[in-house]
Design a protein around this ligand. Structure first.
Ligand code: MRU
Length: 354
């Protein structure tokens, strides 16, 4: 069976960003139409849509919707209003760099069309949002082709969080590598960490792999070491929210812990992410802003309080895995190996030439 994934995470249809509501999966499959840039920003903030590349694609559609709502006679007035809306959208979540990357790309397109009519600029932005969506799917497929060469037939693959079709416009980054390996005829078993506290692994990864009939076993995060010790993990593949110039990787909280465990058990630890997730302006992961999310997400499970009232709670939503724990970074332009400062710069440079 082909594993292309039929899941439509986000689409630009009928003047709206249509998204599958990821807060309601897996119990309900409900779609939400965001008709303004503000609604898209809210959907990103509240995790209706999440996952770095999916956030980037939703943001591009949001900018187009924002542009369409502007009434202006001249470019300067149009662009000033657009920038204000973009600034607010850019503040919706801080860690995934794909958000800023996508907004900057849309603003650049608007500036490049300065001499055209406002109508033409709006049309051009609409086209660009569709292009960003299509390019994201293509990037994931390309990452899959490169990445699947690293996965042997019969492998047990551990993943953390959800870096699948649901975290992208389609196919996925880490799960894209797994899908490509399955498509190449390899027998793959996935171990999905549940990913406390928001449970992206339990709610989303398990659901999406089961939809595609890819064998998956769900475990709690605290079981990762147990299964590695029992030699039931051959390789780890995760996604990324931002990758610094030296190859340090910000990804969902708990990723660092899994990387340390993998190192201890001599298990290869791969990161799969498109070039748009690189932030070469940051020398190291220490500079990556880490989102602090609501304490309720830790204190409650399924809206039921499990911690004592008044408990002091911390909720960093991401952590940084140092580059020395990462065996290779799989991108849509090829596989980067250490030293990452050189290999990532080279892959990003090749993208800039295209
Ligand atoms: O808080 P989330 O669910 O947006 O976090 C998502 C992750 O950390 C993913 O692993 C990352 O965005 C890569 S998605 C292809």
């Amino acid at each position: 069976m082909s594993k292309e994934s039929q899941i439509k995470t986000v689409e630009y249809v009928d003047g709206a960003a249509r998204m599958i509501d990821q807060t309601r999966l897996p119990t309900e499959k409900v779609f939400v139409d965001c008709r303004s840039i503000e609604e898209v920003g809210n959907a990103i903030k509240t995790m209706i849509i999440r996952g770095a590349p999916a956030i980037g694609v939703a943001a591009a559609i949001g900018v187009s919707l924002g542009a369409n709502a502007i009434e202006a006679e001249d470019f300067d007035s149009f662009y000033a209003q657009l920038e204000k809306k973009c600034d607010a959208l850019g503040r919706s979540r801080p860690t995934a760099v794909n958000l800023a990357w996508s907004i900057d790309r849309m603003k650049r397109v608007a500036r490049d069309c300065k001499s055209q009519s406002i109508r033409q600029i709006k049309n051009r932005l609409q086209e660009e949002a569709q292009t960003i969506l299509q390019q994201d799917i293509a990037a994931n497929q390309s990452m899959g082709s490169f990445g699947q060469t690293l996965i042997e037939d019969g492998s047990n693959v551990m993943t953390h969080c959800n870096a699948g079709a649901l975290a992208t416009a389609g196919f996925g980054t880490a799960l894209g590598v797994i899908r490509a390996a399955v498509n190449a005829g390899k027998k793959i078993n996935v171990l999905a960490n549940e990913t406390r506290p928001f449970l992206q692994g339990a709610r989303l990864t398990a659901w999406e792999l089961m939809e595609d009939h890819i064998p998956v076993k769900l475990i709690t995060d605290s079981m990762a070491g147990y299964f590695m010790q029992k030699k039931e993990v051959d390789v780890v593949v995760v996604g990324a929210d931002r990758i610094a110039a030296n190859g340090d990787v910000a990804n969902k909280i708990g990723t660092y812990m899994v990387a340390i465990l993998a190192k201890n058990h001599n298990i290869p630890f791969y990161v799969a992410a498109p070039i748009s997730t690189l932030d070469l302006s940051l020398a190291s992961g220490a500079e990556i802003p880490i989102e602090e999310r609501s304490a309720d997400e830790v204190a409650e499970i399924n809206n039921k309080r499990v911690a004592p009232l008044g408990a002091v709670i911390a909720h960093p939503a991401f952590d940084v895995t140092p580059n020395e724990l990462i065996t290779a970074i799989i991108t849509d332009k090829g596989i980067a190996k250490p030293p990452y400062t050189e290999s990532l710069k080279q892959l990003a440079g090749e993208t800039a030439k295209v």
